[in-house]
Design a protein around this ligand. Structure first.
Ligand code: P6P
Length: 343
């Protein structure tokens, strides 16, 4: 328990480990408590590295490419190392998968004596924003493996199988937001105590919104249902929607989804004629964020299917992503359905 006293206004906050002791119930509670304490430690360590910014000389590119064919930043590799080293010794994590590594990571026998959980993560989402000082984040997802010595096939589970998902947002403050299937809760890192404190209990996404997030430069590549939805938003009060819309695009999914959790909105990275299956990765971006969004009362679709029900075919598989305020996402899905009927 931490007490903040400002101008004689005393607020008491519960820290994340106290919260998890009461919040985690059921068969996975001991394992999750242990795994999450390592994830929390990793995010605290990443915060330290991010906060130093250019002082550490880690702002540049490595000249290498990751499995995604994206130029790797020094911080991509540094944060990936932090996450792996911090989270591989709990005895519960039997395997890991990272955006930065081609293959799944096997965990040594003596490090998985307690159980077999799988930890999938994007260690630094939006890393191209780091050298321009815009918010970035870490996204993680936890699955149960049926195999003590997990292989790739053990990771390829639909998003509905996740037992935990969360993100760290390295923004104007560092926050950790997570769900274990019983609502969504947000914690702010108190730099004085180096503790994550519960500041956003039971986060809920507004069912309606007047704010959309999409990279408009791809407009000519989108399919008709997406162009129709965005056109109507841009027509504002004079158009069918009879209300004006606002647009945001941070180019950092964690920052966009966090904003949507706070004030509603839709986030869209649809398929386009450039990248047929979309840009965002299913296993460690779309699935964890969809779990969080749905647990907060929102919705998440590929346009034609609930993202959490997509059957994975590869650990780095990409999917089209549209998630956020439920009523808007249902409208977008209806436009896709209407288009498929007209074929
Ligand atoms: P674009 C970051 O690289 C990311 O994976 C997401 O975090 C973000 O929403 C998207 O890509 C940004 O893509 O094409 O606008 O650079």
């Amino acid at each position: 328990m931490i007490i903040h006293n400002q101008e004689n206004h005393v607020t008491t906050f519960i820290n994340i480990s106290e919260f998890l002791k009461h919040h985690l119930q059921g068969e996975h509670s001991v394992a999750l408590n242990t795994i999450l304490s390592d994830v929390i430690e990793a995010c605290k360590n990443i915060t330290v590295v991010i906060d130093k910014g250019a002082l550490t000389g880690n702002m540049g590119n490595l000249g290498s490419e990751n499995i995604q064919g994206e130029v790797q930043k020094a911080l991509d590799v540094i944060t990936d190392d932090i996450f792996i080293k911090t989270c591989q010794q709990s005895g519960y994590v039997a395997g890991m998968a990272s955006e930065e590594l081609v293959d799944v990571i096997e965990i040594a026998d003596n490090n998985r004596k307690n159980g077999q959980y799988l930890l999938l993560f994007d260690p630094l989402d939006g890393s191209s924003n780091v050298n321009v000082n815009i918010s970035v984040g870490t996204i993680f997802s936890i699955l149960k493996s049926s195999n003590k010595k997990p292989e790739l096939s053990d990771f390829l589970q639909a998003g509905t199988e996740q037992i935990c998902a969360g993100y760290a947002l390295y923004g104007t403050s560092t926050m950790l937001v997570l769900t274990t299937g019983n609502g969504v809760n947000g914690f702010t890192l108190d730099v004085d105590s180096n503790e994550f404190l519960l500041t956003h209990p039971d986060m809920q996404i507004a069912k309606d919104t007047q704010e959309f997030a999409i990279n408009m430069s791809n407009y000519r590549f989108w399919r008709e249902p997406v162009q129709r939805y965005i056109d109507e938003c841009l027509q504002g009060e004079e158009g069918d929607r009879k209300k004006d819309f606002n647009m945001r695009w941070v180019a950092s999914m964690v920052a966009e989804i966090h904003r949507i959790l706070i004030r509603g909105g839709v986030f869209m990275y649809p398929t386009d004629s450039k990248s047929r299956s979309g840009k965002l990765r299913l296993m460690y971006e779309a699935n964890p964020m969809s779990f969080i969004v749905e647990q907060a009362g929102g919705a998440s679709t590929t346009g034609t299917q609930r993202i959490l029900e997509v059957k994975p075919s590869g650990i780095h598989q990409r999917v089209p992503v549209m998630m956020g305020s439920k009523n808007e996402i249902e409208r977008i899905a209806a436009y896709h359905q209407a288009k498929s009927k007209r074929k």
